[in-house]
Design a protein around this ligand. Sequence first.
Ligand SMILES: [Mg+2]
Length: 239
Amino acid sequence: MKSPVHAEKDPDRPDLRPDFRHVKSWIFDLDNTLYRADNGIFAQIESRMTDYVTNLLKLPRDEARARQKDLYRQYGTTLNGLMREHECDAEDYLSFVHDIDLGNLGPDAGLSNAIAALPGKRFIFTNGCRDHAQRILGRLDMAHLFDAAWDIRTIGFAPKPQASAYDAVVAAGGVNPSESAMFEDIARNLVPARALGMTTVWLKTDAPWGKHGPLMDVKDGDIDHQTEDLTHFLQSIRI
Ligand SMILES: [Mg+2]
C-alpha cells in the first residue's frame, strides 16, 4: 500500500490536508463504517449468521462457522454463498440475521455534522438489506443526510466486491466515478471502486473482517487514504 495520507497528523496545514474538492458524490458503507466496529452490533449479526448456517446445514456450530467463513471469502457475503450452493431463501436469511438489539446505538452528532457538511449527493452502499440500513440510520439520526441507500436487493444480490455491484450503483445514482469518494471498513471492497476511478478511503479497524474476506488482493494505489476515525478524517479534508 502506497503510504496513504494520514490527515490527522497535521490538520492545520491546508497543503497537507487530503483534497476532496473534486468530489460530488459521497458513498458510504454502512456496518462498521458509520458506527464503530467494536460496539457489538456487527458481532451480533455475525453470530446470527452462524446460527442460520447451523440450522440450514444442520452442522455443529463450530463447523457451521468455518463453513460460513469459507462462503464469505469465496462469494463476498455468506448469503451469496448460501444462495449459490445451498438454495438459501434470501429474504428469510436477511430478516433472521438482522434481528438484533440496537439499544446501544445512538446519535453521533460529530459524524452527522461532518457528513452534513459534505457538498453534493450522499449515498449508502451496503451488502446488508434496506430494512437494516433504515433501522441503523434511524438510531444514528442520520437518515435525512442521504439521498439514497443501495442494499443487497438493489445490486441484484451480487455483493461487493463484485464489479457488477458498483456498476449498478453508478448507474442508479447517476454517479461519475471520478467525482466520487467511497468510504469502507473492508479494504477489498475498495478495489473495484478505485478501478472505476473513485477516490477511496479505508476506515481501518482492528476487527478481523476488515482484513479477511473475499479473495481479492489489495494493491498499491487501491487505497487513496486511510483513517481510524471517520469523523476526524471528514473534518480534516478539503471540500
Ligand atoms: Mg462494513
